[in-house]
Ligand binder design. Structure first.
Ligand code: NDP
Length: 446
């Protein structure tokens, strides 16, 4: 354990003032302590020092002009964290809170998540502090073109393949891809999340949400249960939240909440297919706020400034952003009878909350396992692009189900092997780590 503590202390010294990054690394390193005890060669080979240091961090200026002719300057980032298992792979986030700490935590998580998918992908993440919210289409395009003018030097279908994340949906991916193609004069699978008619994959938009629900199904199955009739709370109202709700409805669960950064809607009658279609139009076409839901549907309530975690539920699906579920929220959920939490978002539960769930035997699916379906189908999009072909909806969905089953199995089996049965935090971290660490050792000191 003192080896781990030494590495963590060194990390805080060399990467100061990056709390989210430290939080993510601490969780992984603490979980894998039993592996280091069992296999001392990882320590002899300084694998923790190597695996926590990103291979490359790119930071660049993004100048662009808004619709009123004013010059705007933002920061662009790409963290190329680890390529032991394949080309760097991970999303781009456009949000005013983006900084090095957040992107390094996301990239670090991505390394282990991608390892769990069983597909040949390394880990990375990138983005900008640019906020697409409230911007005109032409401004978003100007920004994306400027961002890609620099990023294109560093990426490629066999080098680094970005995708979407918060604030980067099909519109942004289109503008980014267009600029890459223009500069490089090549139509390749350099970015995933593309629209269907020009290289995208069926099921990619749905993949993270559907995959999170499949993971929840797999966890429940271990205890002989399923999702039918379960009351579920979902946070967020973006891509992941929408398709989590869609799959939950299909499986007979009752979803009673959605949220955004301003507040939460509680609909005790349940969000049905028609209401979800209205939400998708609101968020994806009109780009409106979730508060409008309460005006539209009688019986629902909007709670300004609140998150969904005080609403009683059987299962919770945090699907908005990091650290959106605190220790107190976790205690409230447990008190109200919550028995399963599956993280659609990345690291939405604060460490104290994770401890509360594990201590109360809540089935807890950490993001790096539960939301791995998104990047998994991105991997399938890369495979289709390189074969110059398209697979059917059924084929992709079946592969997604199989991958989520395998992610669950790897995490569950590792939890059993290391004496922490049903602790998916320990299981996912160990299973993800061993594969990456062994590949690094095979490839020498690079
Ligand atoms: P979207 O941009 O589509 O939606 C994000 C949602 O979260 C919006 O409702 C947004 O509300 C809300 N949100 C964002 N920031 C905050 C905040 N600081 N506090 C409260 N709410 C916030 O993003 P995605 O749905 O794609 O991503 C959601 C989460 O899932 C992220 O953690 C992402 O990293 C993770 N994820 C996404 C994958 C994907 O394939 N898209 C894959 C794996 C993980 P508002 O409109 O008010 O900002």
């Amino acid at each position: 354990m003192s080896y781990i503590q030494d590495v963590l202390n060194g990390l805080v010294r060399t990467h100061p003032l990056q709390p989210e990054f430290h939080q993510a690394v601490k969780e992984v390193l603490t979980s894998i302590a039993p592996v280091l005890d069992r296999y001392p060669h990882y320590r002899e080979q300084a694998i923790l020092e190597r695996i926590t240091e990103p291979e490359r961090v790119i930071l660049f200026r993004v100048p662009w002009m808004d619709a009123r002719g004013r010059i705007q300057i933002h920061r662009g980032y790409r963290i190329e964290y680890n390529s032991a298992l394949g080309p760097f792979k991970g999303g781009l986030r456009f949000h005013p809170t983006v900084n090095l700490s957040i992107l390094k935590f996301l990239a670090f998580e991505q390394v282990f998540k991608n390892s769990l998918t069983t597909l040949p992908m390394g880990g990375g993440k990138g983005g900008s502090d640019f906020d697409p919210k409230g911007k005109l289409d032409v401004e978003v395009m100007n920004f994306c073109q400027s961002f890609m003018t620099e990023l294109q030097r560093h990426i490629g279908p066999n080098t680094d393949v970005p995708a979407g994340d918060i604030g980067v949906g099909a519109r942004e991916i289109g503008y980014l891809f267009g600029q890459y193609k223009r500069i490089r004069n090549e139509f390749t699978g350099v970015i995933t999340g593309k629209r269907l008619n020009w290289g995208g994959s069926l099921i990619r938009p749905e993949a993270t949400g559907y995959g999170t629900v499949y993971f929840a199904q797999n966890m429940l199955a271990v205890r002989g249960e399923d999702l039918a009739g379960k009351v579920c709370t979902v946070s967020g109202a973006g891509n992941v939240a929408q398709y989590t709700v869609e799959k939950l409805i299909e499986l007979g669960a009752k979803v009673v909440s959605l949220s955004d950064s301003n507040g939460t809607v509680h609909d005790p009658a349940g969000i049905d297919r028609e209401k979800l279609a209205w939400v998708m139009e609101l968020k994806n076409v009109r780009r409106g706020r979730i508060s409008e839901y309460a005006n539209q549907f009688k019986g629902s309530i909007y709670r300004e400034g609140l998150r969904p975690w005080s609403i009683p539920c059987d299962c919770a699906f945090p699907s908005a952003t990091q650290n959106e579920l605190s220790g107190d929220d976790a205690r409230t959920l447990v008190k109200n009878g919550c028995r399963l939490v599956a993280e659609g978002a990345n690291m939405p539960t604060e460490p104290e909350g994770v401890d509360v769930f594990l201590a109360n035997r809540v089935l807890f699916g950490p993001g790096k396992a539960a939301n791995a379906g998104g990047v998994a189908v991105s991997g399938l999009e890369m495979a289709q692009n390189s074969e110059h072909t398209y697979w059917t909806r059924e084929t992709v969905d079946q592969r997604l189900r199989d991958i989520m089953k395998s992610v669950h199995e790897q995490a569950y089996n590792a939890s059993v092997e290391y004496g922490a049965t049903e602790n998916y935090v320990v299981g996912a971290n160990i299973a993800g780590f061993v594969k990456v660490a062994d590949a690094m050792l095979d490839q020498g000191l690079v």
